[in-house]
Design a binder for this molecule. Sequence first.
Ligand code: UD1
Ligand code: UDP
Length: 376
Amino acid sequence: MLNALFIFGTRPEAIKLAPVIRHMQSRPAQFRVRVAVTAQHRQMLDQALGAFHITPDYDLNLMAAGQTLSSSASRMLAGLESVCVSTVPNAVRHDVVFVQGDTSSTLFGALAAFYARIPVAHVEAGLRTRDLAEPFPEEMHRVLTARLASIHFASTEGARGNLMAEGVEASRIFVTGNSGIDAVLDVSARLASGELPTNEWNFPAKGKHLIVVTAHRRESFGAGFESICRALRTLALRDDAEIVYPVHRNPNVQDPVQQHLAGVPNIHLLDPLDYVPFVDLMRRATVLLTDSGGIQEEGPSLGKPVVVMRAKTERPEAIEAGTVRLAGTDEAVIVREVARLLDDEELRHSMSRAHNPYGDGHASEKIADATLSYFR
Ligand code: UD1
Ligand code: UDP
């Protein structure tokens, strides 16, 4: 039996690791699962843990208002040492530590495990923009996590190729699809069948398009967010669409968004939604307008066109397939790209094909099987 420790701290890591955790928990003869959260995010992490009924074994509870990259990194590393290396007699020995993605919790979870001489398994490995400034600091986090990891779970062949180009041995890379797709396909199917309840929202008005917005990238703070807000105000002038924007809790996002968009007709600002209602919202959207990594993968799986408010992406597959377009944060380009989708039915239909370059909904079992085969 393998003792697997999962370390994570933010909303997207929780959503994408939850299916892997739940799957391994369903195989108790093969896996003993433990969960450690840094709680780099507090409320948004708890929302995701609640959606998947996961109770952490260790909770560092380290989110602080105004945390900087260095301050949260140092608190994580100090806190995770005692999780990885327990001094208590007969304490649990962890055979493998799983981390996911590219956040600070990812990198410092991997480093804490490496210092404790525990092999690291990296889920969603091998994504690259090849620009260390974008996304910042996530591109560097991914590169460094790859150096620390012993096993790499890549979502696509492209990600595998990126890792091999950096010298990672082929025998350590497993192409599994993204476990986030397991979550979104499962929840979407259960919403469609009525097994999960849908929400009663008073938007959009009958016959109007729904534009669902999320944005939170560090490199857009300041001028980028001002520009995004101006674009949303312009789009809100249309009488055939309504905008729904669950606003990330980061004050660098809350402040400009509340200042420029609160009370604007046709714009609904919400608190971050629980995962199931958010999938429900995406299913109703005409367009997803976002800078999120996860939503760039979820949109194509749900057959929703995605306009990405970033200049570069580490997820080129859906752009090549034509269901995702890059707009950057320029006001005019965002307005143009969204308006084209609302006005051009043919373009909308061509971008609305459901397809899954990022996985078939079975990544979790592939990750579990590959882990066992690696340690056998
Ligand atoms: C982090 C990740 C980013 C990821 C994003 C997902 C890093 C460096 N950045 O960015 O890669 O895409 O999470 O959302 O790891 N806050 C709350 N409550 C919450 C969450 C955040 O109040 O539940 C506020 C706090 O004031 C916190 C601030 O947001 O200090 C920033 O959080 P932080 O995790 O440092 O950065 P994010 O921008 O959320
Ligand atoms: N999400 C959510 N509630 C919201 C907005 C997003 O549950 O109000 C989900 C979304 O479906 C995706 C993840 O959160 O799975 C994306 O997280 P985020 O944008 O914070 O991070 P990123 O994907 O950019 O790393």
